[in-house]
Ligand binder design. Structure first.
Ligand code: ZN
Length: 136
């Protein structure tokens, strides 16, 4: 069962907590035991699982800017001025996260949230959410 999740970001860099949206799609699927795969279809976005705490979200942004600064002479900037966004997405994040599902609920740690990271907004973004049943 493949669902699409649409996210409209409003800033250049933005972290959106999509845990509630993913949980609602798991409920909608009717699948109670299995896994859910969340996949972003863009080259300047990424996903991670971590704590949704404002200080930490700021730390993530600042560390990304420190590790991969904007406009540092990248080849891709010759055709498109967002090489830093591609590099942050490709080198520091993943296009997918996988979360176990038990009794219809996402199995996450107390502080774990599914976070979508916009690196070249604002844009309308599409994510895929695949809920797979397995009883192993
Ligand atoms: Zn580009």
């Amino acid at each position: 069962m493949l669902h699409e999740l649409s996210i409209e970001t409003s800033r250049k860099f933005e972290i959106v907590d999509i845990t509630g949206d993913v949980q609602r799609l798991v409920w909608k699927s009717g699948i109670t035991e299995g896994i859910v795969v969340v996949f972003t279809r863009h080259t300047t976005t990424g996903l991670l699982i971590n704590e949704n705490e404002n200080g930490l979200l700021l730390d993530i942004k600042e560390k990304m800017e420190e590790l991969i600064p904007e406009g540092a002479g990248y080849a891709h900037d010759r055709i498109d001025s967002n090489a830093h966004s591609h590099l942050r997405a490709g080198l520091l994040l993943n296009p997918e996260v996988i979360v176990p599902v038990e009794e219809g609920e996402l199995v996450l740690g107390t502080w774990q949230r599914i976070l979508f990271v916009e690196l070249d907004g604002p844009r309308r973004r599409k994510l895929l959410v695949k809920v797979c049943s397995c009883n192993c």
